[in-house]
Design a protein around this ligand. Sequence first.
Ligand code: MCF
Ligand code: FE
Length: 410
Amino acid sequence: MQMKILVSDYIYVSGEFLKHKAVAFSDVIEEINSVDALRQKYPQATLIETAPHSVLYPGFINSHVHLEFSANKTALKYGDFMPWLDSVIRYRDDLVGCCDNVMMLEACRTMLASGISTFGAISSFGNELGVCEKTPQRVVFFNELIGSNAMYADMLYNDFMQRVDSSMSCKKTSLITAAIAIHAPYSVHPIVLQKAVGVAKKHKLPLSAHFLESQAEREWLVHASGPFKDFFEQHFKTSTPVTNIKEFMHSFDTYPTHFTHAVQANKEELSYLASKGHSIAHCPRSNRYLGCGRLAIETLRELNMPYTVATDGLSSNDSLNIFDELRATLMLHHQAPLAKLAHTLMASVTSDAADILGLDTGRIETGKLADFAIVTLNEIPKREEEIALWTILHTQNVAALFINGEEVTL
Ligand code: MCF
Ligand code: FE
């Protein structure tokens, strides 16, 4: 593959911004050095110079998105979790039914434009596999297991396993990694849950689960009461939860899992999850729009627990732009030191996300896959310790994106 050399004012390496350096790469990163040294060593390489005030980042990773809900604009009710869930039950078939490939490819395009080179697609039907094969991005394809009724558990599990198999047999060039998503503690029967965790473990697939998203979920799992009681009585003719918080957490004891939301998890629970090597997907706009509250990222910090920032789907958001999400994160956590949080957030969508999902991207480092997002700032930042902050505040879309060493049309 043709070697290329990318030059930009700053390169984001190990959480710092290196000045006067360039990167030589094919489909993987060969070397980071001065442009002169690289030109001498790789005389045949194509030189790509970025605009003034540009910062070279690894391609961004959006760890959690529901593409199949991309048709939602006003159908789903925002403001409170249970009315939202009721509206999902009411409109899900319509929304998923009218969400065609054109619409989902448009959703992928929005993500590309904001610099997302990899996303985690949570799929409950498998309909979006074709789109995920087509899009230039890398996709961690999370096949969702859902179903709390033991009577249908086998049927749902078989359907789930067929979807897992399909995503495992994609061509290597489609850049798809098969993965497993457990929907939530209230909606998955513990027996099939355990089988699915076993599959993830056996094939070393990334594993994720929505967990303690709303106060209503907590009340249901702890006291078998609250708004979920009516919900289950009305839709599923049952009034007892299939599991409890401890049992659910223990199901993942032996395999590091990416838990989405965890807004209503207390310190003891977060500490337990951290002790088992788990991580959190933080979706601040989704949490705000569904009335779920604010994740205590200060507790995650205390526990040294890694987290990603992710958009969730258009089922609970207004855009899939990663910079919109990062700005919202800065606003929601108003008590956190601003520039320092901006730094943590850039790691949450690059190196931390890659480590959590087991990807060989997310870092500009020799040997890593050559995925780059180029951000062009309005001017050279007056203080270098604020580059991450100005990146988040001033960027809507990236200037260019490279995946596997190839520039992608935005
Ligand atoms: O993450 C948000 C809110 N929490 C839970 N689920 C979903 C979200 N966006 C879409 N979903 C999907 C979920 O994957 O909605 C369905 C599942 O397929 C809800 S259960 C009928
Ligand atoms: Fe979600």
